[in-house]
Design a binder for this molecule. Structure first.
Ligand code: ADP
Ligand code: MG
Length: 686
């Protein structure tokens, strides 16, 4: 059977249905078979309504009293009804599914499957799926639930799948690494399970297949990368020792080790592809400075150049100010290039002529008219904020035929399993040690009701504490506070904006100096506010997440994140990293809206200060696509596999190696080669 044939090839799928399917990415016969059930229902044993317990339930009954209304605050439609069987009645509720209002015949019985729970003080069955009882064929096995697409409901997919039941036998093998027929049997089991173990067995193979493809793509990329060439940067021991000796502090052992690994990589004529992972405050910038200093070489180095990219102008500026002076003492010429840079054309000319050694900047470096004379190293801070395309742009700026060495830095650790799969060719250095004298940040979840009783007193307490003895801003009256808001202006949503919150805090604390900061302000305005915060002239800085990355104000010891439930784990951890950068005790308050119970995510952040642990949790809870910017384009929509399944990854890894030992496989397994193309685009840093 030709899996690549048009989906219309299948029984029951005419042009109209095919049109709908195409809109949702189901174009071929293969796509149709791989449109896997989202879930399964077991209709065989519905509970009597009188006996139901909280949790997932199945009931069978007639529905009446249907009504629909719009929720006042959120943009939401709520449809309610009452389901009765011979033992009792319960309320059912759907959100944004107003078609439910007209879906049911009042004299017919349906199965309802959903979660029975207490919401806002009332018991209800939330968003159940429904199936007409007379149409549900009770096989005793689980019944698949498909995601509805356009006018096609889950039941339509079941019906169509059933019509193609006999076609499964013709599905060819995809891989030689498992016994023949496993693929078609697995797909069949997943669509037509007789038991829950069928589902498990089928899904396990399909997960394996996905991981195999991903690993295979990464492996092929590595082969490609090994063919690239880069400028070899010889290690200059004495020069580096002098530089290290001039630093205002002793490097941590982790910093030394990371720098050493980088030097070794750059001593080869293949491009470095290294990720520097280190929790917030672990001193990545200094490692970057070391790498950059090494890369430019002394005057005999032929004017080698380095680009350091930061995600925001504020951060680029801070890097420039913190490492520029250290480097210029040794004759290295650094320049800052952001949107706000004056005399940009002139600076660009200097860069092109090799009169600048290290360029620190934002995306502005990536514009096409910035040319380098000899770019050998690119350092990307907070790598997850740059897309693949942007990285590729940089590669075009090196001497012809050569790729620059690449060092990506991130405080969002990439879990080991992702390193192996998605970034198969990545080397990783880890800063697992904070500079001496740091204290962990104490984190606490609070709801709005606790603001008055707990949060405001804490804020006054912080303000009453003596400024950080060693490195406080000169105008600081006490320790300083960040307050993070979701939105800039008051909009239709419920979240409090930066501007409104700043006003409220001014009224609440008339003696404190409150100011706000957000991404839509002009760069110069932003910088001015940030500078005043850094020198202690602001007590409370109300801001959007523009302060998220990298800004260093050691005297700020309290971070408050409003609407904390709306942020990802990595982002919360990153924001929290803005405090606890001095010697004083530091706090983070995760403020949730209303009186909602904290989510698992928030509790994890409250419990743990360990970015690596949080990254693993995030991967489990949200999947990789959400976490890593470059993966956000949907390319890594794994259907089944979870990238935290290390056992499966290990098995697939072994099989990929085996597969590669036979070059003929690359020709023979055409479908596999086609499947991995989408992964190949994302599995490399350069
Ligand atoms: P991050 O890893 O979050 O980017 P930074 O590079 O901004 O961390 O470093 C955080 C702070 O620690 C900076 O103020 C930096 O000067 C300081 N720092 C870096 N390395 C050391 C060290 N070895 N000892 C003491 N302080 C250090
Ligand atoms: Mg940093």
């Amino acid at each position: 059977m030709d899996l690549m044939a048009n989906v219309e090839d299948l029984k029951g799928i005419g042009p109209k249905t095919a049109e709908i399917l195409k809109k949702f990415g189901i174009k071929t016969v293969r796509d149709f078979f791989y449109n896997l059930p989202r879930d399964y229902e077991n209709f065989s044993r519905p509970s009597a309504i009188r006996e139901i317990r909280p949790g997932k339930i199945v009931i069978k009954g007639k529905i009446s009293d249907l009504s629909s209304r719009r929720a006042k605050k959120r943009n939401l439609s709520i449809t309610e009804g009452v389901v009765r069987d011979s033992t009792g009645a319960i309320r059912v509720v759907w959100f944004n599914q107003s078609y439910r209002l007209h879906q049911f015949a009042s004299d017919k019985e349906y199965y309802f499957t959903g979660v029975y729970e207490l919401k806002n003080g009332r018991w209800q069955l939330t968003s159940p799926s429904a199936a007409l009882a007379s149409e549900v064929e009770i096989t005793g096995g689980p019944s698949p639930v498909y995601v509805a697409h356009g006018g096609l409901k889950s039941g339509d997919f079941r019906r169509l799948m059933n019509a193609s039941r006999d076609r499964f036998a013709g599905i060819p093998d995809l891989l030689p690494t498992v016994s023949s027929g496993v693929r078609r049997e697995s797909l069949f089991k997943v669509h037509f399970p007789e038991s829950s173990s069928d589902i498990q067995v089928g899904r396990e193979y399909l997960a394996y297949e996905e991981i195999f493809e991903l690993l295979f793509a990464a492996r092929l990329n590595r082969r490609e990368n090994e063919k690239l060439r880069a400028v070899l940067v010889p290690f200059e021991k004495e020069r580096i020792q002098k530089f290290v000796g001039s630093l205002p502090f002793r490097l941590t052992n982790a910093q030394r080790r990371a720098a050493w690994e980088i030097f070794q990589d750059m001593e080869k004529n293949v491009p470095m592809n290294r990720l520097l992972q280190g929790d917030v405050g672990s001193g990545k910038t200094m490692v970057a400075a070391l790498a950059a200093y090494e890369a430019v070489g002394d005057d005999g180095g032929g004017h080698r150049q380095v680009a350091i990219l930061a995600p925001t102008a504020i951060l680029a500026g801070q890097h420039y100010e913190s490492i520029g002076p250290l480097l210029s003492r040794f004759g290295v010429r650094t320049a800052l290039l952001t949107a706000a840079t004056k005399k940009k054309a002139e600076l660009k000319k200097q860069i092109a002529q090799g009169e600048v050694d290290i360029v620190i900047g934002t995306h502005a470096i990536l514009t096409d008219d910035t040319e380098f004379s000899n770019l050998v190293l690119v350092i990307i801070d907070e790598q997850h904020r740059f897309g693949v395309e942007q990285r590729q742009k940089l590669m075009l700026k090196s001497p012809s035929g050569l790729s620059p060495h690449l060092l990506a830095m991130t405080a969002t650790p990439i879990p080991r399993s992702l390193q192996l799969t998605v970034f198969g060719d990545l080397s990783v250095s880890i800063l697992d040690e904070l500079p001496a004298g740091r204290q962990p940040v104490t984190t606490q979840i609070m709801n709005e009701l606790e603001m008055r009783e707990k949060l405001y007193p804490l804020m006054l307490d912080i303000h009453g504490r003596a400024p950080d003895a060693k490195r406080h801003g000169e105008h600081a009256r006490g320790q300083q506070i960040y307050w993070i808001c979701k939105a800039i202006e008051e909009g239709t949503s419920e979240v409090t904006s930066v501007k409104k919150r700043a006003k409220m805090l001014c009224e609440m604390f008339p003696k404190l100096r409150v100011e706000f900061l957000h991404g839509k302000m002009k760069p110069l305005e932003k910088d001015a506010v940030m500078e005043r915060f850094a020198d202690g002239s602001i007590d409370i800085l109300v801001s959007t997440t523009v302060v998220e990355v990298g800004v260093d104000v050691p005297n700020a010891t309290l971070m408050i994140i409003e609407n904390a439930e709306t942020y990802g784990l990595a982002q919360l951890h990153q924001l929290r990293g803005r405090v606890g950068r001095g010697a004083s005790e530091a706090f983070c308050v995760l403020l949730t809206s209303g009186d909602t119970a904290p989510t698992r995510r928030l509790r994890e952040v409250e419990k743990s200060n360990d970015g690596f642990h949080l990254a693993e949790v995030d991967l489990k809870l949200r999947g990789p696509g959400e976490i890593y910017g470059a993966l956000q384009h949907g390319a890594l929509d794994l259907r089944i596999a979870t990238l935290s399944d290390t056992r499966l990854i290990a098995r697939a890894q072994k099989d990929v190696e085996k597969f590669l030992t036979n070059p003929e496989n690359m020709v023979k397994y055409k479908e596999l080669m086609a499947n991995i193309q989408k992964y190949q685009q994302i599995t490399t840093l350069n």
